[in-house]
Design a protein around this ligand. Structure first.
Ligand SMILES: [Cu+2]
Length: 159
């Protein structure tokens, strides 16, 4: 009887110890989970901030539509705003083909917009244009390669 009682007592003590160890382990796991995530998230953000150019990388769409009031019967949604690094596409919702020919940018010391955008057909989207990295507010002017300067648009870019 005495031996059994001692054994029961020993088992009880061990159970208490195991419980304490389990609780301590769970607490440690929680601490590592919280700090581990915070640490890696911060590192990821830091890396992203270091490698990402100034501005954003939002997709900006410019609807290109039939417009009876426009001189050539078509118009770009204009002006639109974008930031350095954004991707701009023109969505041709009209019944005619259009293309983008760049005009001068203001101020003229800002980065040039790059190559003209090839003609894109009705129901299609233009090639993507990556907004240059500007250091100050810049206005990019363009007109339609097909319909001329009366079908024009403006993109206001900020850093
Ligand atoms: Cu056009």
């Amino acid at each position: 009887m005495a031996l059994i009682a001692i054994r029961h007592s020993w088992v009880g003590e061990m159970t208490k110890h195991i419980s304490k160890i389990l609780i301590a382990t769970l607490a440690l796991v929680l601490v590592f989970a919280v700090y581990g995530c915070g640490g890696s998230g911060g590192g990821g953000n830091g890396g992203g901030g270091g490698s990402t150019p100034v501005g954003g990388n939002t997709n900006v769409s410019i609807p290109t539509v039939n417009n009876a009031a426009a001189p050539m019967g078509y118009s770009f949604n204009s002006p639109i705003s974008a930031v350095s690094g954004d991707t701009v596409t023109w969505n041709n919702e009209s019944t005619a083909p259009h293309g983008i020919t760049w005009d001068s940018q203001t101020p003229s010391t800002s980065p040039a917009p790059g190559a003209n955008i090839p003609i894109f057909q009705a129901g299609t989207t233009s090639a993507a244009w990556t907004v240059p990295t500007v250091t100050g507010a810049t206005t990019y002017n363009y007109h339609c390669t097909v319909h001329g300067v009366t079908m024009a648009g403006v993109i206001n870019v900020t850093p």
